[in-house]
Design a protein around this ligand. Structure first.
Ligand SMILES: C[S@@+](CC[C@H](N)C(=O)[O-])C[C@H]1O[C@@H](n2cnc3c(N)ncnc32)[C@H](O)[C@@H]1O
Length: 281
């Protein structure tokens, strides 16, 4: 990754080392993937070739990722007038999440994004052959699928280019753009899936945002397409976001009903990963 990317806790450490007149220290400039040596001088830290002032480091805020570019720290977030959404790479205790106008695209409160992605991938294990990943986001599930040795290709869709602009700054999304097994389509999967062949995929990962963001991804018409493109013996995992849980309104019973209606068998809700596993027999 070209630019250094850091959070307030890294900035705080750098400030403290500068204040105690250390000449160098080791910190992570890729959100915890690795650590590297950083040269410090009187009021600056040299972060991958960028001189960043102590003042700029002191000004960093919680829950924000920054890249060091053109001698400044720039927050990894922006507003898009086209979508009327605010996009943000938000640090967590492990992999960062993406928020769309403050709505997180991964679980991160009790279970971190990494742990939850591992749980979702386990639901369709062994992951093999051809995989459809309906909703790219930061690409965590797609990368995990592509890294399974028996996987030939992962076809992944993302409707929103702004999301990929955020992913480009995330060290944990790097492989989304470099792994040759991953075929990334910037397209609405509701439309894109209609162009995919029958009986093609061994595994399908459906990790949509909440219904309010993408209601068509919970339609019977879409589930019919999921069924059509899957091979016999294929396994689907459908994440069920649960904003209604506290209000006593859970999504999974309705999802199971519709998946069964379009032909899926053995549809079961797995509370731990918060999703439905279904099979095409
Ligand atoms: C919950 S996130 C997916 C997280 C992803 N699995 C990961 O590992 O980072 C949902 C993503 O689906 C995208 N999305 C929403 N509607 C879509 C659609 N109709 N077609 C494709 N992508 C869509 C959103 O922009 C968002 O990035």
């Amino acid at each position: 990754m070209k630019y250094a990317i850091l959070t307030k806790s890294t900035a705080k450490k750098l400030v403290s080392c500068i204040s105690s007149r250390q000449k160098e220290t080791s910190v992570s400039l890729d959100l915890g993937k690795s650590t590297e040596k950083v040269v410090l001088c009187e009021d600056f830290a040299l972060l991958r070739g960028e001189n960043i002032s102590k003042k700029a480091l002191e000004k960093t805020k919680e829950d924000t990722c920054y890249i060091a570019e053109d001698g400044e720290l720039k927050s990894v977030n922006f507003f898009s007038q086209d979508t009327n959404l605010f996009y943000k790479l938000r640090p967590t205790s492990e992999w960062p999440t993406l928020t769309l106008s403050s709505v997180p695209m991964h679980r991160f409160a009790h279970v971190g994004p990494k742990r939850h992605v591992e749980m979702m991938l386990k639901e369709i294990s062994p992951i093999k052959g051809k995989v459809l990943d309906t909703c790219c986001g930061l690409g965590y599930t797609a990368i995990g699928e592509a890294n399974a040795p028996e996987v030939e290709e992962v076809i992944v869709f993302e409707i929103d280019e702004n999301v990929l602009r955020i992913a480009e700054h995330n060290p944990y999304s790097e492989e989304l753009f470099t792994n040759k097994k991953i075929k990334l389509n910037i397209e609405n999967v509701f439309e894109g899936i209609k162009k995919l062949p029958n009986n093609y995929f061994d595994r399908v990962m459906h990790d949509p945002p909440t219904v309010s963001f993408a209601k068509e991804l919970y339609f019977e018409e879409f589930y019919k397409e999921l069924f059509r493109v899957m091979k016999k013996g294929g396994v689907l995992y459908h994440y069920c976001p649960n904003p209604g849980k506290t209000k006593g309104k859970e999504l999974h019973p309705g999802i199971i009903k519709l998946l069964t209606k379009v032909g899926f068998s053995n549809c079961e809700y797995h509370e731990k990963s918060s999703g439905v596993v279904a099979r095409k027999n």
